[in-house]
Design a protein around this ligand. Structure first.
Ligand code: UD1
Ligand code: CA
Length: 463
């Protein structure tokens, strides 16, 4: 039976931030989300997060994980001190405790499962993940005694010879719960930071004749920690690049991969083409043969096959059916629902609006809280006046309606099937099926008016 403890109480001093370090986003998601996702694969009996710096913000941010338990570390006196805070929850239990760092996000589920399996097979008191890296600066160095680990020395406490060691401590451990908490009490803070270092447990166990083993990971990048904003940016770049490559491998063309930004849950169908500068975020799903032009941001939306999105659109919480076309410069807000083959053009904004199959709103319109049927034409400059200052009201436009340009539809209002609304109308009453609704000042032409005006001006000048 295994338990998980995630260390996330540290101040993250080097981030120079008011936000807890583990909530900084790696490729769009808080770094601790990656750690939680990897740890979920262990199916642990309990998962506990050690919080401290900005504890309330962190607890609140993790509210979506009802099974998590929290312990408070206050003040934060180092990683061993952090683990010790979990004693009331974990001391006295048997089995394996997996300790994860909230700032090491790329750890894979496979590596974690290997860690636990090897630890339990070896019946070790402690097992740590290590990596051999080109630049070990900042990490704890693994000092070996043959196959066994003799000690770990932190970068700032290491001698030049020790700093030359390129095998680093990943900060990820499996411990036998039995001897753990008594041994933690033996750790001192006689180091450059006056902190209680969890890796010091290695030396203590060795002296007590207990078994400590180290497992080098195959892919060193899994052990990368984030301590600075530069490391955060480098990590995001790495994760985005992996997602881009996966998408391209699945048959999607990215014209400029480096400027395509993808969240983890995004899917795109084969033979779709994504132009430069596109963000596909949240739970966005795009079908096959779609074309997404430059400067487009799509969040939590579903676009079907053969959809075209022209440049500079923002699409949030929307659905777009087969073959529809959006943009350029369109804004689909939450609850927008475009039927097959429909078209939303330049400077058109939709909110909570269904636009039926084959219908068009090609230029300059606001359509909010509207239900629009099929084969409807919404003229340029049409506005649904859905808000009376207190409440929102619906507009219903039935199949085959033609709304002339520059019309206002004051909701609640219904335009019946096949009806016309004359250009420039302010419609305040329902228009029945097949009727023409016209609501504008009548035009009057004053014959010869311009010539008379000129004559009048000339006589005024003479006098
Ligand atoms: C730690 C290890 C180092 C290892 C590196 C790997 C120690 C002393 N050193 O160094 O050997 O190579 O990770 O990334 O453990 N935390 C707390 N409470 C504290 C201090 C830290 O919860 O009092 C948490 C932090 O929020 C963080 C994690 O522990 O998630 C690691 O702390 P950090 O200060 O980043 O340790 P490193 O210096 O990176
Ligand atoms: Ca760290």
């Amino acid at each position: 039976m295994c338990h998980v403890l995630i260390l996330a109480a540290g101040k993250g001093t080097r981030m120079k931030s008011a936000l807890p370090k583990v909530l900084h986003r790696v490729a769009g998601a808080p770094m601790i989300d990656y750690v939680l996702a990897a740890s979920a694969s262990l199916g642990a009996a309990t998962t506990t997060v050690v919080v401290g710096h900005q504890a309330d913000a962190l607890r609140a941010a993790l509210g979506a994980h009802p099974d998590l338990r929290f312990v408070l570390q206050e003040p934060q006196l180092g990683t061993a001190h952090a683990v010790r805070q979990a004693a009331p929850l974990l001391a006295g239990l048997g089995g394996t405790l997996v300790v994860l760092s909230g700032d090491v996000p790329l750890l894979s589920p496979d590596t974690l499962r290997t860690l636990v399996a090897r630890h339990e097979e070896a019946r070790a008191a402690a097992t740590l993940l290590t990596a051999v890296v080109d630049d070990p600066t900042g990490y704890g160095r693994v000092l070996r005694d043959g196959a066994e680990v003799a000690a770990i020395v932190e970068h700032r406490d290491a001698s030049p010879a020790e700093r030359a060691v390129r095998e680093i401590n990943a900060g990820i451990y499996a411990f036998d719960l039995g001897p753990l908490f008594p041994a933690l009490d033996e750790i001192a803070s006689d180091n450059s930071q006056q902190e209680y270092y969890l890796p010091d447990l290695v030396g203590i166990y060795r002296r007590a004749g207990r078994r400590v083993i180290a497992i080098p990971v195959e892919r060193a990048e899994e052990t990368l920690g984030i301590n600075t904003r530069a490391e955060l940016a480098a990590m995001s770049a790495r994760v985005w690049q992996q997602r881009r490559e996966a998408l391209m491998a699945s048959g999607v063309t990215l014209e400029d991969p480096a400027t395509t930004y993808l969240d983890a849950g995004v899917s795109v169908g084969p033979d779709s083409v994504i132009h430069p500068g596109v963000h596909l975020l949240g739970r966005t799903r795009i079908g096959a043969r779609a074309v997404i032009h430059g400067g487009v941001r799509i969040v939590d939306s579903e676009l079907s096959d053969d959809v075209k999105v022209l440049d500079h659109c923002v699409i949030v919480g929307a659905r777009v059916a087969d073959g529809a076309s959006v943009g350029p410069f369109a804004h689909l807000r939450p609850g927008s629902d475009l039927g097959a083959g429909s078209r939303v053009g330049n400077f058109v904004e939709l909110k909570k609006t269904h636009l039926g199959a084959g219908s068009k709103a090609s230029h300059l319109a606001y359509l909010g809280d509207a239900t629009i049927g099929e084969q409807v034409n919404i003229g340029a400059g049409t506005i649904t006046c859905n808000y009376d200052g207190e409440r929102k009201h619906p507009t219903i436009i039935e199949d085959g309606v033609f709304i002339g340009s520059d019309s206002q539809l004051v909701a609640p209002v219904r335009i019946g099937r096949g009806a016309y609304v004359a250009a420039g109308s302010s419609i305040t009453k329902d228009v029945p099926e097949g009727a023409l609704g016209i609501a504008r000042g009548r035009q009057e032409n004053k014959e010869g008016w311009a010539r008379l005006k000129k004559l009048k001006q000339m006589t005024e000048k003479k006098s």
